[in-house]
Write a protein that binds this ligand. Structure first.
Ligand code: SAH
Length: 279
């Protein structure tokens, strides 16, 4: 049977629905502008088995969320499970939201925190490039949750940079990380969060073993390809309305190979004015 991660992830008995159905059901459906209500209603209509399931509060809820992701086959990596269990998602989402349900959540400024299964998928796709001591860039760091996971993966000897173009989100992400187990890495300087246009990357600590982009680009930004280390990997959603999660590997000789992991729906990688309408 051909591999079909988003569906086998939830233990369905079929594995070849129309591709579009895949994108409208279990992949990352981020609320966005005029399309947001359509997307969200489709998401709730075809949600994953625990997209609305509250799994408890605090570390108990977080642990149950990770257990569900393991049970449904989304998480297969021991390290990714450990890291997601250690970093409480509840500290990164707005108070009162369903922190541990498998669903994206609005975080303000027309942005969302991705669903836990998308974070798990991206962590696993990048795991080999998030080994202790390695360098990672998280473009569109939003709440700082995934950036914090990266920091726990690479540890104190590594270097992780998060970049978002909304200053208020960056301030919030720093506060979120400070409350979490990744707080000491922020303090020691192996993790930092910055305001900037992520389409330009972050030159200061380049090249990176791993680059993750949390917003959909109409095409892969050249600066990000330049800042990817030979032997490194980038995971980036590409497209406008219909988007694909691309896995881009740079070989030691600098040549680039790209493949599509799955269909997704992310907010766009854009300018601050476009995203916020100028407020
Ligand atoms: N990965 C994050 C947020 C995903 S939402 C999380 O899960 O919490 C996408 C994020 O990309 C938003 O926070 C948005 O502000 C940011 N973004 C969009 N375009 C950007 C750009 N050009 N530069 C930096 N950040 C950008």
């Amino acid at each position: 049977m051909r591999s079909c991660p988003t569906l086998t992830a939830y233990g369905r008995h079929y594995c070849a629905p129309p591709r579009r159905l895949v994108s409208l059901t279990f992949t990352s459906l981020h609320r966005h502008n005029s399309a947001q209500f359509l997307n969200f209603s489709l998401f709730t209509a075809f949600r994953s088995p625990f997209s609305r399931m509250e799994t408890g509060t605090g570390s108990t809820g977080n642990k149950a969320m990770v257990e569900n992701l393991k049970r449904f086959g989304v998480i297969s990596s021991k390290k990714v499970a450990e890291v997601m269990e250690a970093l409480d998602r509840g500290l990164f989402v707005p108070v009162g939201s369903s922190a541990y349900a498998d669903t994206p959540l609005p975080i303000g400024y027309n942005a969302t925190i991705s669903a836990p299964h998308m974070h798990a998928m991206c962590l696993q796709l990048l795991e080999d490039k998030l080994q202790p001591g390695m360098r990672a860039l998280d473009v569109g760091s939003g709440t700082g949750y995934l950036t914090g996971c990266f920091a726990l993966m690479v540890g104190a000897e590594g270097r992780v940079v998060g970049v978002d173009h909304i200053p208020q989100l960056v301030d919030m992400s720093i506060k979120n990380v400070e409350k979490s187990v990744a707080g000491s890495l922020l303090q020691k300087g192996s993790l930092s969060l910055h305001v900037g246009d992520g389409r330009k990357g972050w030159g200061e600590f380049a090249p990176y073993d791993a680059i993750h982009v949390g917003a959909a680009a109409s095409e892969v930004p050249h600066a990000l390809l330049d800042q990817l280390k030979p032997g490194g990997r980038m995971v980036i959603p590409v497209g406008t309305y219909f988007q694909e999660l691309k896995v881009i590997d740079k070989s030691e000789d600098g040549s680039i190979k790209a493949r599509t992991e799955t269909s997704v729906r992310y907010v766009p990688l854009t300018s601050r004015v476009e995203q916020t309408g100028g407020f």
